[in-house]
Design a binder for this molecule. Structure first.
Ligand SMILES: CSC[C@H]1O[C@H](OP(=O)(O)O)[C@H](O)[C@@H]1O
Length: 414
């Protein structure tokens, strides 16, 4: 069981190695695939073997580092004709084209375009390949280190804000939270964004719980996270395959629910649901937020039931150019991703769910059809939640809330 989405071996800065966890095979198979070129980076992002806005940006940046590392290897350059390595100018021209190609892998998530803009300015300020390769190495190390550090800051910021607001409304009991898609270690360099807040809430809850008591009692009359309801998040099932996997791994009490059961779960939950924490692929200037399909309707249900709705994202997810959600390009995925369910073949012997194994004793990945082959489908990967439905935007810089006119001021993040 591994929650490390990216393995970056960087002890030798001129000979780094990168592997990514193939998330299409989770939760039954943990398999790492190597990345050597921008094509490899594009492929694993486009196929969603790697997904999650921050992770996409990091793998994109690492694939540029690996390609320029190859270009410093004369044995490689002697075997290719794509790059004219006779001087820096033609290499720089080609690399500019390659960055544009890489950007097209996942158009909605802004982290990738922010990272590639940074790399593009490095490219146009460097005088040769060696210095470009060295500066991209420093940039990618910073990107990964900062992501992991910021996630813990964001997690604590969001947890502290929710607990304080619950105390202010004199709520001092166990509570539950909702979350959609996967925003944990598998979507980032570690800890997660929205799932990072849930990890911080759980740390607080454990600290408050007197484990010597049975049933476990709260040490003090304070609100305490007791349960998490991850949504399965059709059609890619990030919630059932990835978030449930992370919560089970961390032994955080959770119950997986279908996307269609949210309202009934809120109404019937024996532990009051007090908040929803979701990630973001792009937050624009007025706070409208693109996130996994299903987020918008979750926000409407939260408003209906008086549940706080928080978007959790680092500054790298902010789009400081686009004014409103109307300006966000929403990626549509292939119809097959909707009409087929991809998973692991299960040998349901005696009611125990075990993966069926192939001749190499490996789990068997399979696809099953769940719709007529010629049926029309609409398969947007994201939707856009209007800022009116968002109670707070949790970042590493703090929690941003709306003013009395109902507007966010995110200037500090631009
Ligand atoms: C912290 S990940 C943010 C965002 O990325 C996910 O999209 P996908 O799984 O398609 O890459 C999802 O929208 C998350 O909320």
């Amino acid at each position: 069981m591994s929650l490390q989405s990216i393995i970056f071996e960087k002890s030798d800065r001129t000979n780094v190695l990168v592997q990514v966890l193939d998330q299409l095979l989770l939760p039954y198979t943990s398999k790492y695939v190597p990345i050597y070129t921008i094509d490899d980076g594009y492929t694993v992002i486009k196929n969603m073997q790697v997904r999650g806005a921050p992770a996409i940006a990091m793998v994109g940046a690492l694939s540029v580092l690996l390609e320029t590392q190859l270009l410093t290897n004369k044995n490689f350059t002697a075997t290719q004709f794509f790059y004219d390595v006779s001087s820096w100018a033609p290499i720089r021209t080609r690399l500019t084209e390659r960055l544009e190609f890489l950007l097209s892998s996942r158009p909605t998530a802004v982290n990738l375009s922010n990272a590639l803009k940074d790399i593009s300015s490095i490219l146009h300020n460097c005088e040769d390949l060696t210095s470009f390769n060295s500066e991209v190495f420093d940039y990618t190390c910073k990107l990964l280190d900062e992501d992991s550090t910021n996630n813990k800051k964001m997690g604590d910021n969001g947890a502290e804000y929710l607990l304080k607001s619950l105390e202010m409304e004199n709520f001092a009991e166990d509570f539950a939270v909702l979350t959609i898609c996967n925003t944990g270690s598998l979507a980032t360099a570690g800890y997660g964004t929205a799932l990072g807040v849930i990890r911080s809430l759980w740390k607080d809850s454990v600290a408050k719980t007197d484990l010597s008591q049975s049933p476990k009692k709260i040490k003090s009359g304070k609100p305490r996270l007791a349960h998490v309801y991850p949504l399965e998040t059709r059609p890619y099932n990030q919630g059932s395959r990835l978030t449930a996997y992370e919560l089970v791994h961390d032994e955080i009490p959770c119950t997986l629910i279908t996307d269609s059961s949210i309202a009934y779960r809120i109404k019937t939950s024996d532990v009051p649901i007090k908040a929803a924490f979701v990630g973001a692929d792009r937050i624009v200037r007025n706070g409208d937020t693109a996130n996994k399909i299903g987020t918008y309707q979750l926000s409407i249900l939260c408003k209906q039931f008086g549940i706080k709705f928080f978007v959790v994202a680092p500054k790298t997810t902010i789009d400081s150019v686009t004014e409103t959600g109307d300006g966000i390009i929403v990626e549509e995925r292939k119809p097959e991703e909707f009409k087929l369910v991809t998973g692991t073949l299960i040998d349901n012997n005696g009611g125990i769910m075990r993966p069926a194994m192939n001749e190499n004793n490996e789990p068997i990945n399979a696809q099953v059809g769940i719709a007529p082959p010629n049926a029309q489908v609409w398969n947007p990967s994201f939707d856009v939640t209007p800022h009116e439905f968002i109670d707070g935007i949790v970042t590493e810089e703090g929690v941003f809330v709306k003013n009395s006119q109902g507007n966010f001021d995110l200037q500090a993040l631009f």
